[in-house]
Design a protein around this ligand. Structure first.
Ligand SMILES: [Zn+2]
Length: 409
């Protein structure tokens, strides 16, 4: 018989279903077998090893739905900027100064940090391929978005013609490998179409940065501004470019890029019709609030996104625009800005919603029988406002693994 472990704590937050006071989660063979009140679970497994974690909460390990591990070596080196274009130029300059060895060391450090902050699943976005073999070694599960860039000079054939990685076994064989389009100001309409077709042909999800800055909105409407200047400076400007004169989501919707398997990151500068489009298409929007503050892009309008019914998840973005990979800091910032949003909903953004956005909800994101045993414990003194106490303790880094993929931590 497979040995059973029963984890108990003052609070159990299954994310799906109500919060359990004096709750318990039973695990066996690396999977969850039961969730409920301790008084019901303990008699069900009389021979189990019981681990009582005490005052605090057990919750599912987190999902970081947007990250660029390859920028990890830039941690602390790109100071906050007043606008996104200035930040992008600083980050590009910083990244081009890194050796391959420094990038690889940064990825390793970043992976260790994700684990430290309780992340079970990460969506990595990369345009070098360097982080992929490292991710495959653990300690976190991943979805890999290979990000394509190209505003001019690209062909119209299959994606493999311009981006070799799509011809490799990695790309063809891994169901958690996707093509992504960087952003509407750095990817031509034709390249969006090629990315979309590759993903559809292989049954993969689309990824894109969308509506991150006001400059992006201006570029799509007028075809000018800081992004045009940047493209010209980089020699990527397309002389006959005609702006679509559309808002960001309307533009991508017209290209057929949006759907329930599209993950759009940021969504800071969406108007109401854009929010309606995203809600109708059931497109995922991944919020990265601390990164938006760091780059000067703005701040996501969580209340309006919720009201419109847009499906939302949470990410940290890279260490070039964030201090660390602690998702509790993202939740706490959203809680401070929008106290009317229930803490349980913020926790869902960082767990179940992220798992759904990446197509991994059968395994991760909540406590339910059959899911992977990836359990965090956050200690805090119980108080009437336990939700805020939980966020504060997590934000201070008081995160430990009660069980990590079946391994006792
Ligand atoms: Zn990003």
């Amino acid at each position: 018989m497979v040995p059973v472990t029963v984890h108990r704590a003052r609070w159990v937050v299954p994310v799906e279903g109500p919060v359990l006071e004096n709750g318990a989660v039973a695990t066996a063979g690396g999977r969850i077998v039961a969730v409920g009140r301790a008084r019901d679970i303990c008699p069900e497994f009389p021979r189990a090893t019981v681990r009582d974690h005490g005052d605090g909460a057990l919750l599912p390990a987190l999902v970081n739905a947007h990250c660029h591990l390859e920028f990890s070596a830039l941690q602390g080196r790109i100071p906050p900027r007043l606008d996104l274009v200035a930040w992008l130029e600083a980050a590009m300059a910083g990244f081009s100064g890194l050796s391959e060895e420094e990038i690889v060391q940064g990825v390793r450090k970043g992976l260790a940090e994700l684990h430290k902050f309780g992340v079970a699943l990460v969506a990595e976005t990369s345009n070098t391929g360097l982080s992929l073999p490292l991710l495959a070694q653990g300690p976190v599960e991943f979805h890999y978005f290979y990000e394509c860039l190209g505003f001019n000079n690209l062909q119209s054939g299959p994606l493999e013609a311009d981006f070799e990685i799509f011809a490799t076994e990695w790309a063809r064989g891994l169901s958690n490998f996707s093509a992504a389009a960087h952003a509407p100001y750095s990817v031509s309409g034709r390249l969006f179409d090629r990315v979309n077709r590759w993903n559809r042909r292989h049954g993969r999800r689309n990824g894109v940065h969308l509506a991150e800055s006001q400059e992006e909105v201006r570029f799509l409407k007028e075809g000018d501004g800081a992004f045009r200047e940047l493209l010209e400076k980089l020699g990527r400007w397309q002389a006959d470019f005609q702006p679509p004169r559309l808002t960001p989501a309307a533009y991508l919707d017209g290209l057929g890029f949006l759907g329930s398997e599209t993950v759009a990151v940021h969504g800071v500068w969406l108007d109401e019709p854009d929010r309606q489009i995203l809600a109708r298409r059931r497109t995922w929007v991944v919020l990265c609030p601390r990164s938006n503050c760091h780059t000067g892009a703005g701040f996501p309008n969580l209340p309006e996104l919720r009201r419109a019914g847009v499906r939302l998840a949470l990410g940290t973005d890279s260490l070039a625009s964030n201090e660390d990979f602690n998702l509790f800091q993202e939740m706490l910032l959203l809680h401070e800005r929008y106290p009317e949003v229930p803490v349980l909903e913020l926790l869902a953004l960082a767990t179940l919603n992220g798992a759904q956005a990446l197509g991994r909800e059968k395994d991760l994101g909540s406590f339910a029988p059959g899911k992977i045993a990836a359990l965090l414990f956050i200690p805090f003194r119980s108080s009437p406002d336990w939700g805020e106490a939980l966020l504060l303790a997590g934000a201070q880094g008081e995160i430990s693994w009660a069980e990590a993929f079946g391994k006792e931590a």
